[in-house]
Design a protein around this ligand. Structure first.
Ligand SMILES: [Zn+2]
Length: 644
């Protein structure tokens, strides 16, 4: 029922009987009424879970709660809290006080700034279309919010300024957006997590005169040239903000875009990647709502995969706005034509089957060496023939004394589309997208680097590749997951055999047919992996709890025997067990993870069993019954059904 089940254990748990009251399952008022939580707990956890929040997007899992962040924390950083409510009611249930702020979206494409506005009475069914676009009025304004960090990032990248990590010393409450006390954060992660302390111009010794010179040369709007005006509360016309994003030179824009892909997988937009794909690369922002004391407005600003500047704003924190906007603007974004020039893959074709000759489709005239254009017949030493087709991307190379070779040179997404169609198919879009990510991860992990390209064999021992152009569906699966890979794990896949670290293609298709999105399909095999851009890989968004997954694996089968007859029980894929960075243990079904503090005491074991039981009953109402979940966890831990 829910994808993110956050425990709201009593803070006094150490001295009292622990009460695990997970699952901010419904709208806040319902949670407070029925769940018996103290409002202060919810509020405290709003701030505490600002970073680790997850969002869901399929109809049977969680959406975003209308609980607003602590006002003191909203400034310059993004804060939000998630709970779930029926997806169809996301907007109509959006809080007790109606917001004057509509959901607004704007982009700058082909020199035209276009604008969409949906008032809060709109429903999820209202998808934006290009026909409904209006010219962006000059009067539409936005606070700059955390988007200032994006401009500092771009300047640092382009000027080649060294940026020391920010060290969290515990001295500043804003460090909650950066790192644990004693830890540190680098530039890329600081951008994704919206760590303002990292980008403070004074810390980085940014020279105001050079800043002005840089942005003046770029043709940026006047407010961006003044370093002192780079404040979250600065109000700017959205048209000017789009112009400023347009003004960022290509190199820093591409670096920022790559890193911002992670906003949708492990940052404030976590969970929305299934809807946006990797097409939206935007920095989040959240600010106090001037019309509603204590409430927030938020959104994101950045670019689409084709470099078009975009801006999004609406009621609530950035996570809430990104989730609420996703079903409306995703169809619009899906029309983006994804450029395929960022990386290339060189393929040595047919490495296990020596080629005897290459002939035209008709006749037997010798085909000269060099780029192939048109259709050909390839004759193999084993007597087989194969038809191939090329628009210049395949090259024939014949050297005396050796078999002729066919070498392909592809853009990354062209290559991925060819693998998707050769190793799988594009009939189930989410499965095809999962395979696209697996195939891209594979070539990044196993390809050799050669003159700026990845080089890999076309072989059943690596991954096979079409020797003719891929279908539009396969290309779409590659484009919608542009640049996405899994990091932190070895990636293998097989037609029908699932194993640890190996996805079964047929299982992936079955999961897609059950309604799982590509990120959830991947999380079934690789729950501990980080989904990120290979151009800007971030890793380690799951810090494994030592020994916990192994302990869980030993016990899961024993527990399955005990629980098999319980209505609603399904043995889940073995989840990753990650350390909670802040706040209480919780389970995230979409990412197939449970988050706990440690695994030392009996109480820790009960906590892990408790979160696991949430996953095991995730498709049944009992998965939301905290009393049932906690009783079951205790019974398992205190019985012979558990190997301590
Ligand atoms: Zn719970």
């Amino acid at each position: 029922m829910t994808s993110v089940l956050r425990d709201t254990r009593s803070l006094l748990a150490g001295t009292m009987r622990p009460v695990r009251a997970c699952a901010l399952a419904w709208v806040s008022t319902l949670v407070l009424g029925a769940g018996g939580l103290h409002p202060a707990d919810v509020f405290a956890s709003a701030a505490a879970h600002a970073e680790a929040s997850g969002v869901a997007h399929t109809p049977r899992v969680a959406a975003v709660a209308p609980v607003d962040p602590a006002p003191g924390l909203a400034d310059a950083s993004d804060t939000t809290i998630q709970a779930s409510l029926p997806a169809t009611n996301r907007m109509s249930l959006s809080g007790s006080k109606p917001s004057a702020e509509p959901l607004q979206f704007a982009w700058l494409r082909d020199g035209r700034a276009q604008y969409w506005r949906i008032d809060s009475r709109g429903t999820v069914g209202d998808q934006l279309s290009t026909q409904a676009a209006q010219p962006l009025p000059a009067t539409v304004e936005t606070p700059l919010g955390s988007v200032w960090k994006l401009f500092v990032y771009g300047y640092l990248v382009d000027r080649g300024i060294a940026t020391p990590d920010y060290n969290c010393t515990g001295g500043d409450p804003e460090e909650v957006y950066c790192c644990m006390t004693g830890g540190h954060i680098d530039r890329e992660r600081a951008l994704v997590q919206s760590c303002g302390l990292f980008f403070e111009p004074a810390r980085l010794h940014i020279d105001a005169a050079d800043w002005r010179k840089y942005w003046s040369a770029a043709g940026a709007p006047a407010w961006l040239r003044d370093l002192r005006a780079l404040q979250p509360a600065q109000r700017v016309a959205v048209a000017d903000l789009l112009a400023a994003l347009q003004a960022m030179p290509a190199r820093p824009r591409e670096a920022a875009s790559s890193t911002l892909i992670s906003v949708l997988t492990s940052g404030r937009g976590e969970g929305t990647v299934a809807l946006y794909g990797s097409l939206l690369r935007a920095k989040t922002w959240t600010m106090p709502d001037p019309a509603r004391p204590g409430a927030s407005i938020g959104g994101a600003a950045g670019w689409l995969a084709d470099g078009s500047p975009v801006w999004l704003g609406g009621p609530g924190g950035s996570a809430r706005v990104l989730a609420a906007a996703a079903p409306r603007i995703a169809p619009l974004l899906a029309q983006t034509i994804v450029p395929d020039d960022a990386a290339c893959v060189v393929v040595d074709f047919f490495t296990r089957y020596p080629v005897r000759e290459v002939l035209p489709v008709q006749g037997s005239a010798a085909v000269p060496d060099g780029p192939l254009t048109g259709a050909y017949r390839v004759g193999f030493a084993n007597g087989n023939w194969l038809r191939i087709e090329s628009r210049g991307e395949l090259l024939l190379q014949s050297d005396p004394g050796v078999a002729p070779r066919i070498i392909g040179r592809f853009g990354m997404n062209d290559y991925i589309a060819r693998v998707v169609e050769r190793e799988g198919d594009a009939r189930d879009e989410e499965a095809a997208k999962a395979l696209a990510v697996a195939a891209r991860s594979y070539v990044v992990q196993h390809g050799t680097r050669e003159r700026g390209c990845f080089r890999i064999d076309d072989s059943s021992s690596t991954q096979r590749v079409l020797a003719h152009p891929a279908s539009a569906g396969a290309r779409r699966a590659a484009d919608l997951t542009d640049a996405l890979v899994l990091t932190g794990v070895p990636v293998q896949y097989h037609h029908d055999k699932a194993a640890a670290g190996q996805m079964s293609w047929l299982d992936a298709k079955a999961a897609a047919q059950r309604g799982l999105t590509f990120d959830a399909i991947l999380a079934r095999t690789w729950p501990q992996a980080t989904l990120t851009s290979f151009e800007s890989p971030l890793a380690g968004d799951c810090q494994p709890v030592a020994g916990a997954r192994e302990w869980l694996q030993r016990n899961a089968s024993l527990w399955a025997r005990r629980l098999n007859d319980e209505p609603g029980y399904e043995t889940p894929d073995l989840p990753a067990v990650c350390a909670v960075t802040d706040g209480r243990p919780y389970a995230d079904a979409q990412r197939n993870r449970v988050y706990i503090h440690r695994l030392r005491s009996e109480d820790d074991r009960i906590a892990l069993a408790h979160e696991y039981i949430h996953l095991a009953f995730q498709h049944h109402p009992r998965g939301l019954d905290e009393g049932f979940v906690e009783r079951t966890a205790r019974a398992l831990i205190r019985s012979e059904a558990t190997v301590q």
